[in-house]
Design a protein around this ligand. Structure first.
Ligand code: BTN
Length: 317
C-alpha cells in the first residue's frame, strides 16, 4: 500500500477530525515531508483536506470522492478486492476478466463513475454517464447445487432496494424480473452474468452488475430514455457514495446467502394487476400480470383468458 493510500485510509477513519503531521508520520513510519507530499497529491485529486498549522490535517465531512480505501471501510468483509475507476468500459466486463485470471474473494467489487460501454440485459447498452450514476459489479461464488439464477437475481433486486432505502431514504419497487422503479420510472438496472465450466456446466462464478441513476444527468436523459428513465434523488440531495457502495455489497452478500425467493421480492413487485407486454426476442405477448409466485415466476392471464406461468422475460408496463 502506498503512503498516499495509507494516509487516505487514516483520514477516512477519522473524518472531520484533525490528525497532526507528526502523528501521521509516526503511524506510517515515514517523514513529515512524505506526509505533506501525500496530502498535496490527495488535495490535487480533489479531496477536501484542510491543513491548519499546529492542528494538522482534516478530511472534511462532506468530501464525497469514491475511493478504494473509503469503500473498504464500509464493508463487512474487508478481505476482498476493491477497484474504483473514474472511467471504464464496463465494470461487469472488468470483474469477469479479473475473476477468470485468478480466484478472487467472494464479494470483490469493481466500481466506476462512468462507463463507456455499459452492458444491459439482452445485449442492450446501459447509459452510464459521469457524476449522475453509480456503476458497480460484485463477484459471487454461489452454492452450485442450490442457487438458481432466478434466486440470485431476486436477491440482488431486494439487496439494492434495502441499500438504497438505508442510504438514500427512498423506497423502490421491483418490476419483474429485476428492474427497479421509482414513480413509474426505471432508476436501476441489474445484470447478472454467470460464467460456467465448459465441461461440467457448473457455475464457476457470478457477476452481479448494478447500475443506479442517482441523479438526473446534466442536460437530462437522452431522447430515447426520457420517457422511461428516472433518478433516485433530486438534484442537490447528497448521498455518501462510498457508504452506498459498501451497503450495496453488504446487502447483496446477506441476501444471496439466503435460499429461496425473498418475500420482499414478491411484496415489492409492481407488475401484479397491470396489463403488461412480455417480450421474447421478436415476439411480444400482451398479458395481465396476476402474481409473482413463490419460486419467482410470473403468473399471468394470457390472451386466451387462461392462466399461464412465465419463468422469465422482458417486461414493459
Ligand atoms: C439492464 O437494465 O438492462 C441492466 C443494466 C445493468 C447495468 C450495470 S452498470 C454496472 C454493470 N456493468 C455493466 O456493464 N452493466 C452493469
Amino acid at each position: 500500500m502506498s503512503t498516499k493510500s495509507r494516509l487516505l485510509e487514516l483520514l477516512e477513519q477519522n473524518r472531520g477530525k484533525y490528525l497532526s503531521g507528526n502523528e501521521l508520520a509516526k503511524m506510517l513510519d515515514v517523514s513529515r515531508t512524505a506526509v505533506w507530499k501525500g496530502m498535496k497529491s490527495l488535495q490535487q485529486e480533489g479531496y477536501s483536506i484542510t491543513a491548519v498549522t499546529n492542528k494538522g490535517y482534516l478530511l472534511e465531512e462532506d468530501n464525497n470522492i469514491l475511493s478504494e480505501e473509503a469503500v473498504r471501510l464500509q464493508l463487512k468483509n474487508t478481505e476482498v478486492l476493491v477497484e474504483v475507476w473514474k472511467e471504464i468500459a464496463s465494470t461487469n466486463q472488468r470483474m469477469k476478466q479479473l475473476a477468470v485470471e485468478k480466484r478472487l474473494p467472494h464479494g470483490s467489487v469493481v466500481v466506476a463513475q462512468l462507463q463507456t460501454e455499459g452492458k444491459g440485459r439482452k445485449g442492450r447498452k446501459f447509459y452510464s454517464p459521469k457524476d449522475s450514476g453509480l456503476y458497480l459489479s460484485v463477484l459471487l461464488y454461489p452454492e452450485k447445487t442450490a442457487q438458481k439464477s432466478l434466486e440470485i437475481t431476486a436477491a440482488a433486486a431486494v439487496a439494492v432496494c434495502k441499500a438504497v432505502e438505508n442510504c438514500c431514504g427512498v423506497s423502490l419497487g421491483i418490476k419483474w424480473v429485476n428492474d427497479l422503479y421509482l414513480e413509474n420510472k426505471k432508476v436501476c438496472g441489474i445484470l447478472t452474468e454467470a460464467v460456467t465450466d465448459f465441461e461440467t456446466g457448473d457455475i464457476e462464478f457470478v457477476v452481479v452488475g448494478i447500475g443506479l441513476n442517482l441523479y438526473e444527468p446534466t442536460g437530462g436523459f437522452p431522447k430515447e430514455l426520457k420517457e422511461k428513465a428516472g433518478a433516485i434523488l433530486p438534484d442537490g440531495q447528497k448521498v455518501d457514495k462510498n457508504k452506498l457502495v459498501g451497503e450495496l455489497v453488504n446487502q447483496l452478500l446477506l441476501e444471496t446467502e439466503k435460499s429461496g425467493i425473498p418475500q420482499e421480492y414478491i411484496s415489492r413487485n409492481i407488475v401484479p394487476g397491470k396489463k403488461i407486454q412480455i417480450i421474447f426476442g421478436e415476439t411480444k405477448r400482451e398479458v395481465i400480470a396476476k402474481e409473482i409466485l413463490s419460486d419467482g415466476k410470473l403468473l399471468a392471464i394470457n390472451e386466451k383468458d387462461e392462466e399461464e406461468i412465465f419463468p422469465s422475460g422482458d417486461v414493459s408496463v
